[in-house]
Design a protein around this ligand. Structure first.
Ligand SMILES: O=P(O)(O)O[C@H]1O[C@H](CO)[C@@H](O)[C@H]1O
Ligand SMILES: O=c1cc[nH]c(=O)[nH]1
Length: 237
């Protein structure tokens, strides 16, 4: 039993797409054949289906490191061998705008969780082959140029007395910020599982202004749709 996903290991396919929002699982399911809802417990919605004739699982992991880590550990226990995260992220580079797409080669471990699993010196890197597949599928599908590079994973979404470290890592060349990729890459690497990520940009997150954050716009939806198709192509190449 996978107690928090509330399903059994035989329901998890080798190829898994993960995303934060359970609603995005439904959107991705529109591109998949023979869709079967497997489980829906807490923020974790699990569906199975086929893409390019190959068995695929799609799972939501919610917002933030701790809940996502539970999902990643359980899908790997269930037998996942290749995992791609389809997410949204804020831009840390003024040349990368709303509706653009970023592919992650590695993630900075400001997630607040993975240091409880392994020392911070251990890198959070994406699998090279899956990342290459994403870049190649993106070049075939998207009509805009797609950037790939290092992204930032942070534990907090809303800053308080302390600011988010967005500007610091922007200066260091990070392309975008989100909240789960480093967790995925560390846990996947520790288990010898391949993982990568693709992100729809939903705003500029340099001098992050949480009050103006609004991912619910057509150009972001379009980038999420394209990212989903690119991920499905990449994982079945
Ligand atoms: O759109 P998702 O996949 O949830 O990704 C991003 O959006 C959420 C914040 O709104 C965080 O989970 C962040 O990583
Ligand atoms: O964590 C996130 C996700 C999307 N956009 C942001 O600015 N931050």
């Amino acid at each position: 039993m996978l107690p928090i996903l509330k399903t059994t290991p035989d329901k998890i396919n080798d190829k898994v797409i993960v995303c934060g929002d359970p609603g995005r699982v439904d959107k991705i399911s529109k591109f998949i054949d023979d869709v079967e809802e497997v489980a829906y417990n807490r923020e974790y919605k699990v569906i199975n289906g086929k893409y390019n004739g190959q068995a695929i699982t799609v799972v939501s992991h919610g917002v933030g490191a701790a809940g996502a880590a539970v999902c990643f550990e359980e899908i790997i226990k269930g037998g996942a061998k290749e995992i791609i995260r389809v997410g949204t992220a804020g831009s840390l580079d003024l040349k990368i705008k709303d509706g653009d797409i970023v592919i992650s080669e590695a993630a900075i471990r400001e997630d607040g969780l993975t240091e409880q699993l392994i020392k911070k010196e251990y890198p959070a890197v994406a699998d090279m082959d899956l990342t290459r597949n994403l870049i190649s599928a993106a070049n075939d599908i998207a009509d805009k140029q797609i950037q790939s590079g290092i992204i930032l994973t942070v534990g907090a979404f809303y800053p308080e007395i302390e600011a988010l470290p967005n500007n610091y890592y922007s200066e260091a060349g990070a392309l975008a910020v989100e909240m789960e990729a480093s967790v995925l890459f560390v846990i996947a690497s520790l288990h010898g599982v391949a993982a990568s990520g693709i992100f729809a940009i939903d705003g500029i997150a340099i001098d992050f202004d949480a009050d103006s954050y609004n991912p619910h716009r057509d150009k972001v939806d379009e980038a999420i749709k394209n990212s989903s198709i690119i991920a499905l192509e990449a994982i079945t190449l």
